[in-house]
Design a protein around this ligand. Sequence first.
Ligand code: HXC
Length: 511
Amino acid sequence: MRELTAENAELKRAIVAGDRAAVRRQRDLGKHLARERLAMLLDEDSFTELEIHRRHQSQGPKLDERRPFTDGVIIGSGTIEGRRVFVYAQDFTVFGGSLGAAHAAKIQKVLDLATKTGSPIIGLVDSGGARIQEGVQALDGYGGIFRRQVAASGMIPQISVVLGPSAGGAAYSPALADFTFMVRDTARLYLTGPDVVEAVSGERVSHEELGGATVHGERSGVATVVHADEGDCLADVRYLVSLLPSNNMEPAPVTAVRGASRDMRPRLAEIVPAEPNRPYDMKAVIGELVDDGEFFEVHEDWARNVVCALARVDGEVVGVVGNQPMVLAGVLDRRAAQKAARFVRFCDAFGIPLVTLVDVPGFLPGTEQEHEGVIRHGAQLLYAYCEATVPRIQVVLRKAYGGAYIVMDSRSVGSDLSLAWPTNQIAVMGAEAAVNVLYAKEKPAGDPDRARLLAEDYAERFLHSRYAAERGLVDDIIDPATTRASIARGLVMLRGKREPRPRRKHGNIPL
Ligand code: HXC
């Protein structure tokens, strides 16, 4: 027994990574080794490794002569700020981090343990995909991982951190996660690499252009967060975990109460111009509303016309969704609707209250939007809000027109508390647009003075700040400076909200 223990300790010391050349290559690329990454991610000395002895049992080129321990993936459990998480870290220095039967079984093991114990799972991905020599066993391994990820969806937070290649089937694991981090220049996420692309279509494209962090952070929306280096990235994963509940049955960690229910924020009125069409930065508004001005933004560079962020108000974690008047005047388009829908569903699944900051001129008109499915994507956001049972607070800062008003957590789709600033205009459309439709036959554009008078009359009758409140669709018109305090009180008022849903297998969100 003692001999075995000594051998074990020696083994653990010896297993640093693959061969020297592979380690050097990893370093030359500016990448850390798998164990170094885990050390950066987890609390000091908190890591318990599992199945270090496991090795592949397959045959084939390169496999016959090498059967390294770990089989290219390090699994186990550790803590982040004292809270348990399960992790796996793929080791590119061993068979390029490729996934065979043993490697897959290890990832499945931590997915199972995370699910059974109600703990977040964090995967550090650096892999050439299915291990070619292991054939269908490798594909089967991926399938087992995907099935477990889907089964655990909405039960435990799933975080994928792409720190190198994530090719072929490996790309679906990050795609199924709740949050996908990528590091610039080294992370590459694609189903088929540049060689295959060129062979099939003749198109020549670099790894970075095809599946780099910038592409997925700005264009495809696959990456939730992008960082310039691994250290910052893993530190940010720790911050995210500090905001998340361990599972869907537990609340998110609450920090000290800051007395926000009496906190006045006069700067808010300076940040937001009273004129409905003048732009401002919604992130500056969020910064005033949340504790320490700190928030964790998702999809910062994708669909920037809507802002989605996790933050705390008086110590309690909330999900904030806000239109961004600085980008496309804050309109909703198909990407923004998709982005917000996914975020709303995450918050709802994990019991995180929603705060929706509304300043929206409508949905973006145009053939591109219509043909690419703005109706379907808008319906996703509508669906996400309609089915959300967490506490929901809506604040209308300025304008909220048409379908975009309904979608952005209006009373009609289930908002629990609806507040509005004195600058609010809630209507089917703005004054000018309304006049153009209502008096189309009179061609108001040809007579600017009359058009102005008609618009003023419309604004006075339908766009005044009490219009919605008089009809019970807004609970209160608040001084902007009191917004943080009002949200904090609203969260207390709504704490413990329960809204049972009828039994059914699942709804059919228009994907
Ligand atoms: C076996 C692999 C491997 C793989 C890499 N290696 N990928 N071994 N199976 N999939 C090995 C290499 O042979 C090499 O071994 C070592 O890992 C390092 O790889 P390099 O190619 O030298 O590294 P680099 O130049 O950085 O290129 C990385 C790479 C490239 C872009 C990921 O290796 C690559 O294109 N790999 C194949 C990607 C792929 O097509 N995967 C299968 C996808 S299909 P030595 O011994 O020379 O050091 C798939 C289907 C799953 O995943 C579907 C599930 C639904």
